[in-house]
Design a protein around this ligand. Sequence first.
Ligand SMILES: [Zn+2]
Length: 436
Amino acid sequence: MEGEARERGDVTILRRHFGAAILAAFLCAAGLSIAAPPAAAPGASSVSDIRAWTNEIYTRVAIDTGEEVSWQANTLRADPLLGLPPRIFIDIRGAGIRDEILRKPIEVRNGLLRQVRAGRFDRDTVRVVIDLERESTYRVFALPGPFRIIVDIDGDGEIPVLPPSPDAVAPPGPVAAGPSPEVPPSVAPPVPPPAPSSGPAAPVRKHRVRVMIDPGHGGKDPGAIGPTGLKEKDVVLAIGRRIREKLAGSGEFDVRMTREEDVFIPLEERTAMANKGRADIFVSLHINASRNRRAEGFSTYVLSRGASNREDLELAARENGVPVGKLQGVKFIIDDMFTGARKNESLRLAKTVNDAVVRQVATRYPGAQSLGLKQAPFYVLVGARMTAVLVEASFISNAREESRLRDPSCLDGIADGVVEAVRYYGRNGILAHSDF
Ligand SMILES: [Zn+2]
């Protein structure tokens, strides 16, 4: 990559928008590359694709390498003398690169991002360069299975102020299988009872509340499969369609889905779709499964770095499509400003969703069990800029619950619960108090 050599001595961190939390996140990301295992032998891994989702205030770039690689991210300030914009670059060691990517930069030019280009920086380093239109905050993390490096860039000047988080200073470490101090039982804020209809009217919003419904899995990924062959991907799509129909009917909500048919969509793309679409609420739909065929009940999750027990860790690993061992090795950059600022709201929505789903299903199937509000490291929630929850709507591995999931009235009950919670949250949650 000609011209990049002279950038070498000019490595600086973009400071204009860097708050302490972001700097911590950035240093954490840099530490990741140092701590990463040695790269595989040259030629074993290759930059096979670069994907981008972008609008003028948000961009996610995914760099696919297939096999795990060691990498390091850094930034360069604009260089007016050389006509170079501010840049984020990721150096990937010991990897090859597909020729088409070398030849064809991804052109964007939308006010936030100029282009994404890649080249061979030296004999065993591939450098991916993101040319920005203006200095922006960003976070970088990697997801395994297949290995991809994700860069999230925020061009929004309105950065929520975060209180100091114990997570932000906690040393990164493997996800604990035992009780996690991060998930105290008291962490969920109490959900207030519905306000009487005679209460003060909610302020007029500048746009309808945008909801992104995310039916999990799809296409080559069936998700969990029940004892008689029912597939999670089909059940959650049926529930998602019902939610969209019920929510969109009132005209109060702008409802979208990450998938409307039986197709495979990578987890990081689902989050990117919600961010790019500026969704206010993200609801990922899943059905639980367990080796214990008697396990039953409904639970709703928010993102956290660890899980409070082995079952939740195994669940997150399965939903993430990686072995538990890989999940334990991943260090998330989840303490960023958007996830952190939205965590309490996500906890509130998750509790509201779970209570409403159980109540609705119980009217049709008395005895429906609630496993309550939970937290675990789900990839699909990492980097979500809005209130985001993941529903595990009963166990497909349980014969009784599987047969219930074949009943359209049960699917209606689950959908009614989500709709009721989203309506309630939209009217009484943070959205009612936001100026947007
Ligand atoms: Zn799932």
